[in-house]
Design a protein around this ligand. Structure first.
Ligand code: NAD
Length: 295
């Protein structure tokens, strides 16, 4: 069993750290927020007074933070305090450029590093069923894999440093676009007098089939476990979708890729977010689509 330092104990990091404790690792945790530290303590982690204190003697350091600037800030602080030969893994969703910078920083300090953003949301974090998409050298990935297996089910090596973040934003761009497409289809069906169930029964077994329809259906009824049946409580909040679609647009602009539907999806989610729906599940975008008819 390993000594693990876990920094960033929010909605995702808290339960992920708890799963490492359950797996028998000695977890030393830190977060800026006292309530998150208290929760980690009651989950069985030792609490450090700072990120730097947390990483002392750790074999593996894991960060789960809001954005690239937080990751670079924390990595800058903790890398000099880490043990020689230790591994550092960032599971946050951040921009590809910051992820590459973080790998370069780690290399400068002689540490192996992996970017390993996740898919699966807070349910996946609690149930240890996350998907990890990883970037980094083969040896670093091989070292990270058994640790990530305590928190997730599927672990994919996507390529060199930053490739995990690239995979994450490409996937979430598909998700953002496809959820709007499914929402538009249900709104059109409503206007045409076609029932939700009838459209679902046809499209879920036809060429319109996709995850946004069959697992996360944005109207109540056809998929009882989808957030639409729970007043659109997240799940995956719309403000996080705005974040990921913005990362995708930034990456597209930097790389010279043209993604018109990704851009339009970002604009629609931004409008939905700005109208006070940032905390609503992203499948609630159907409400915004429906409201456009009256305008
Ligand atoms: P969160 O805001 O709940 O947690 C982030 C935590 O980082 C907070 O507790 C904050 O206090 C802490 N933090 C910030 N700066 C710190 C510092 N310098 N030192 C120590 N702690 C610090 O966010 P979350 O929902 O847990 O998401 C974390 C990351 O995972 C984000 O990058 C997010 O985009 C990504 N993600 C979230 C979800 C989701 O459904 N919530 C799904 C997939 C990916």
């Amino acid at each position: 069993m390993a000594n693990v330092a876990f920094i960033g104990l929010g909605n995702m990091g808290g339960p992920m750290a708890a799963n490492l404790v359950k797996a028998g690792h000695k977890v030393t945790a830190f977060d800026l927020v006292a309530a998150s530290r208290d929760q980690a303590k009651s989950d069985g982690a030792a609490i450090a007074e700072s990120g730097v204190a947390a990483v002392k003697g750790a074999d593996v350091v894991i960060t789960m933070l809001p954005a690239g600037k937080h990751v670079l800030g924390v990595w800058n602080e903790v890398l000099p305090a880490m043990s020689k030969g230790a591994l550092i893994i960032d599971c946050s969703t951040i921009d590809v450029e910051s992820a590459k910078q973080a790998h370069a920083l780690a290399a400068k300090h002689g540490m192996a590093s992996v970017d390993a953003p996740v898919s699966g949301g807070t349910g996946g974090a609690k149930g240890a069923t996350l998907t990890f998409m990883c970037g980094g050298e083969a040896q670093a990935f091989a070292a990270a894999q058994p640790m990530l297996a305590n928190m997730g089910k599927k672990i994919v090596h996507c390529g060199a440093g930053g490739a995990g973040q690239a995979a994450k934003i490409c996937n979430n761009m598909i998700l953002g676009i496809s959820m709007i497409a499914v929402g538009e289809a249900f709104v059109l069906a409503e206007k045409l007098g076609l029932s939700h169930q009838a459209l679902f029964d046809v499209a879920s077994t036809s060429s319109g089939q996709c995850w946004s329809l069959t697992t996360y259906c944005p109207v109540p009824g056809p998929v009882p476990t989808s957030p639409a049946n729970n007043d659109y409580k997240p799940g995956f909040a719309s403000n996080l979708m705005v974040k990921d679609l913005t990362l995708a647009q930034d990456a597209a602009n930097a790389a010279g890729a043209v993604t018109p539907l990704g851009k339009h999806a970002q604009e629609l989610y931004k409008t939905f977010d700005a109208s006070g729906h940032g905390g609503v599940d992203f499948s609630g975008i159907i409400q915004h689509v429906r409201s456009l008819a009256g305008k």
